[in-house]
Design a protein around this ligand. Structure first.
Ligand SMILES: NC(=O)c1ccc[n+]([C@@H]2O[C@H](COP(=O)([O-])OP(=O)(O)OC[C@H]3O[C@@H](n4cnc5c(N)ncnc54)[C@H](OP(=O)(O)O)[C@@H]3O)[C@@H](O)[C@H]2O)c1
Length: 304
């Protein structure tokens, strides 16, 4: 799995599979899980200022014994404090992470920045200074991408969005726009059909495909692995996480499972499109912090 990566528009490559310090690790000491994930074979760590645990991610990296240069580290810009610049915020992250650069720095949420074009220009300066190798965004809709592309000297390399079969249809116009503008879509929430809305129409489809892929294989292929292979087939990086050591190995094993067929991919697209579940707008969605007036959830589902 370590070898599988996705090319970005700035010439760099992003490892396809990432271990995240959000979800159940958010606001908690993530050092042990991060260290274990790296020792197990993850090379891409996804964290964020908003998760309030970057210090422990830095500790976990140090404890793993794996050199920083062998890892790919993503972090995300939170809402800026009064008077704080993007550079200030990134320098503070670098200190917590105990590194002098990140590989990818994302604007976490568009709506918390009053002037998104000015924020983007500051992101570009961070890249030119070498504080981050690539820059991108997260949770951006088409209109936010259009806005920054009007002023961008360096276009965003990535938009990290909720992406799984139950938002496949709703995300289609956004993903098409991103493909047209050479912005890679990275997925969080990829396991939603089995982890958050089990009992949906995909259960039997995933089960059948997992059974086929398990034939002639010692380790059984799981439904979660089928969802991750669906992302892989589309060239979409998979940002996942787990609190369970066996699950880490399951995710890493995806690299050894053969592809699904074109017909299976199409079936997951079609069956997934029959329902709509966007978990980021629900009670466990991490954007709830910014959703006191429900601006984002309304916007996401009316405009995507
Ligand atoms: N940019 C953003 O706004 C944003 C939003 C959300 C997340 N993220 C990033 O993406 C990372 C991954 O987030 P995610 O939670 O959305 O990833 P995900 O891959 O959709 O889900 C991972 C979760 O699924 C559970 N899971 C896995 N297999 C399961 C199974 N067979 N049955 C039931 N549960 C199962 C795991 O629970 P166990 O712990 O029990 O294994 C884990 O908590 C985060 O840590 C964060 O870094 C970014």
């Amino acid at each position: 799995m370590a070898g599988l990566s996705v090319a970005l528009n700035d010439g760099s490559h992003m490892p396809w599979l990432a271990f995240g310090s959000g979800t159940s690790l958010r606001d908690k000491d993530a050092s042990k899980q991060i260290s274990n994930a790296i020792k197990a074979g993850f090379v891409h760590i996804d964290c964020a200022q908003m998760y309030a645990n970057e210090e422990s991610v830095g500790n976990g990296i140090a404890q793993s014994g794996v050199p920083r240069s062998s890892l790919y580290l993503t972090t995300k810009l939170d809402k800026l404090a009064a008077g704080q610049t993007v550079r200030d915020a990134l320098i503070a992250s670098l200190a917590r992470l105990k590194t002098d650069y990140v590989d990818l720095f994302l604007i976490h949420v568009p709506i918390v920045h009053e002037d998104i074009q000015a924020t983007w220009t500051q992101m570009e300066r961070c890249r030119l200074e070498g504080l981050t190798r690539s820059i991108g965004v997260s949770n951006f809709q088409t209109k936010h991408l259009e806005e920054i592309l009007r002023v961008a000297v360096i276009p965003p390399a990535v938009n990290q969005i909720e992406f799984h079969p139950y938002v496949f249809k709703a995300n289609k116009p956004l993903v098409k726009y991103m493909m047209d503008h050479n912005v890679v879509a990275a997925s969080f929430g990829g396991l939603t059909p089995i982890a958050r809305v089990k009992g949906g129409p995909l259960d039997s489809v995933l089960g059948r495909i997992a059974k086929r892929l398990s034939e002639n294989r010692t380790a059984t292929v799981t439904e979660g692995q089928v969802l991750q292979i669906w992302l892989r087939k589309k060239g979409i990086p998979c940002i996942t996480t787990t609190s369970n050591a066996n699950r880490m190995l399951e995710y890493l094993d995806v690299g050894r499972v053969p592809d699904i067929t074109e017909e299976e991919e199409q079936e997951i697209d079609d069956v997934g499109s029959t329902v709509h579940h966007r978990f980021v707008t629900g009670p466990i969605g991490e954007l709830k912090f910014y959703m006191a007036n429900d601006r984002l959830s309304n916007a996401l589902d009316t405009e995507l």
